[in-house]
Design a protein around this ligand. Sequence first.
Ligand code: ADP
Ligand code: MG
Length: 364
Amino acid sequence: MKIVLKNLTKTFPSRSKKLRQDVVAVNDFNFEIPDGELVGLLGPSGCGKSTTLNLICGLERPTGGQIFFGEEDVTGLAPEHRGVGMVFQNYALYPHLTVRQNILFPLQNLKGKDRLTKEEMTRRTEKAAKLVQLEGLMERRPSELSGGQQQRVAIARALVKMPRVLLLDEPLSNLDARLRLQTREEIRKIQRSTGITTVFVTHDQEEAMSISDRIVVMKEGVVQQIGRPQEVYDDPVNLFVAKFLGTPPINVFHGRIKGERVYIGEDAVLLARGVPDQEVYVGIRPEGFLWQEEGPLHCEMGRVEVMGRDISIVSSHKEAAGAQIRSIISAEIRVDPAQETVRFGVKPNKAYLFKKETKERIRI
Ligand code: ADP
Ligand code: MG
């Protein structure tokens, strides 16, 4: 089932008495989520991710715009008639019910023509439990499960109604690092095997990058960029997106274009053919530095961190926007941490220019 968001907008009245301005939680969101894809909705806290999800499932009514499931306009449809499964950060299971009863619960509430026979309910419950590998734990109560297992019960409970659309709002935030990794792989597997169109909300860029077919990067209610994770990483449209994706993050410098060259301080690091003279931000990915004895970029050596396959050189530069510059180079190169200055070349395809005023990308 494809999902189409058309000029989707949601404003909330201001909560503060002094500030009368409304909060535009979602601002003119346009996107067509292809059938069967897993889309990661990504952005910092407060950027409108949950509101977008609540609009899709019908818990919130939009101020403007429309939502389609396939060709059907569902904008005015009540949540229970949309056929969506929702999973939240806190699993919100019924503590006094067993795993089996928790998964079964949504089916027992079906009324009228949707009512199922007892056999059908059992069959569906067992199928959903099997999908998330809970078959052995059906008679336990939530308190007897780990966080990851509890979240799997919540996912099974969302799947048991065979939704047309699955919506997950930061479903892994309450899990510890290892479980988070494992559960996200499971979610990916379940999504692949069921083929349910899924929207996955997270503020964790690595999480979104690793499991999504496509990511949507949001900032203050406005979509910044949509694309395949690698495309967005390789080709960010503005400084915000460039900084939001990647660990360690991109290194940002105050630079300037003069005579079709990019300068960072006195160092001419790149060519910029056809770009008029101006002040710019220069973003260089950690993997965009070349270890060169005669390299154009002169940095002050900080320390060298060995990471096995790679080494990370932490240095500084007076034109760097951040306190430190992190570059990642192959561990086969021997770097002396005692040297005062470290010199780098810059890989053109790992460096980006941004306008000083708007922070939009300047393409070379
Ligand atoms: P996210 O999930 O990305 O953290 P939200 O969608 O929850 O962000 O919130 C987006 C913005 O809308 C925030 O500024 C938030 O304070 C505001 N907001 C969300 N829900 C309400 C509400 N019910 N009433 C007023 N403002 C709200
Ligand atoms: Mg949220």
